[in-house]
Design a protein around this ligand. Sequence first.
Ligand code: PEP
Ligand code: MG
Length: 585
Amino acid sequence: MFVKQGIAVSPGVAIGPAILIGKNELQIPHRYLTGDVVDFEISRLHGALQHVCEEIEEQEKLATEQLGAQYAAIFGAHLMLARDRKLIQEIEELIRKRRFAPEQAVQMVLRKRASQLRSLTNAYISERSLDLEDLEKRLMRHLLGEPHQELSNLKSEAIILAHNLTPSETAALDKKFIKAFATEVGGPTSHTAILAGALEIPAVVGLGHFLSELGGGGETVIIDGNEGLIYVDPDEATIGRYRAIEQEAKSRASLLISRQSVDDICTTADGARIIVLGNIEFPEEAEHCQERGAEGVGLYRTEFLYLGHQKERTEDEHFQAYKHVARTFGDSPVVIRTLDLGADKIPGTMKEYFSDFANPELGLRSIRVSLANKKLFKTQLRAVMRAAVEGNIWLMFPLVSSLLELRQAKMMVQDVCEDLEEENIYFRRKIPIGMMVEVPSAAILADEFAREVDFFSIGTNDLIQYTLAADRSDPAVARYYNAADPAILRLIEMVVKAGDEHKIPVTVCGQMCSDPKFVPLLMGAGVRRLSVTPPAVLEIRDLIGRVTMTQVREIASRARLMESARDIEAYLRGELRKIYQDADY
Ligand code: PEP
Ligand code: MG
């Protein structure tokens, strides 16, 4: 047995046989065509293209069924490439005129194009070049006739161990059969990690090299998406322990469902009202939140509208997405966060806005991108203001770091309202406007900001990385990135205090509040609104019902006196154990 620690990105545990997807390049025969075989080789190329298109269409269908149409965009882009006449002609020419084998011609043309795209930006791997790499892999598989385990066609349960999974590969996973996945690379907030959460498949990323230590697949593996662990060839005792955890999680899930009515008001054991909302990336997830009793959407990450999308989104595309979520929740709030593009979320169409500095988390990102690209920002704001008549929409700006920035963003909203009025377009002017507190400067100046917004939402994912100088996507500094750090608690308390004094609601929407051990601490620090991932809604509601305000205040007071993240974390784990001690599961 060997055990490896990575980064937990999607909770749950799974046990099953492994399928390996390594990074080893396919072996391409370097051969030129001899004899009268050109027509035959070209028909082989077309056969492979045909298979690839059918495969992509299949995956597109599956992803649409499982997760909704937003995901289909990834595959639409791949299909366009696989049918690109010019691209195919270029490959054909190499086969006809230079007598290259199709494998070599495909590789040359696609790699040349991918490198041209990359050099346009000189920056992060462009989405289009990734699409080309994806197409190359698919075509090679068919041309070389490599026995390929088609993941979306898998008909028995398995666990994927991969060097990396692209967002398109992740979106195409059939969750009936793929029980979990683990990758050598990746960070907690990559698209792939967020998709795993949306699919509700346990996942661990950032494990470092380990695939070369394995055989050819088929080994029994355990993925522990709660603790970020993987076990390969586990012994009987470990399997037994995890079977028990799996069973416990199953009975706990059904108990949670049977115990709670999703219409129940969420309160602590002593009657204090706590509001649990859901975080979503795609409109279709609104229903997942509602089914579990979320009282609204506390964070809608609208930049995911751009996932795999090759063109800028139109006002109507924004509008339709927001309308769907607003209507799903009726009078309950839906917090629409304006685009948080940049860092690891850069659409292929927008490279020119991003510089190629090595530190994208500190570069042009989020509200800064929207303010630098007024057309993009106004398109989105118009759609939000129009969709606001369909429900209870709140508008939120991400990554605000100065008052001036906030004022500029608010002025853009004013401009948009005036435009809509002049154009006689139906919209709602008076909606709550708030901001994420996720940069230390915003937390430090929370008192000033609170005078100018209607609500705060604390983004602990970014607040932690900027406060502790540890990139949230970099496994190399994962041990420095810790929500239990006393500095984080101090900042959260400053924001809550400012919110209370100015009587504006304060929500926490970072991953921290989907983790049960932090919930009593946050409540004890005065947080009354938690926005969590859809799978965590039931569990967090249940946990809230088990504690009293006196108890959570005591927990926060004790934690406040501790000096290190390690002590705080150990203490919170202990307290959580006590809370569940008398539980009937
Ligand atoms: C956060 O930073 O905590 C947050 C919720 O935003 P995101 O994870 O989308 O950056
Ligand atoms: Mg953030």
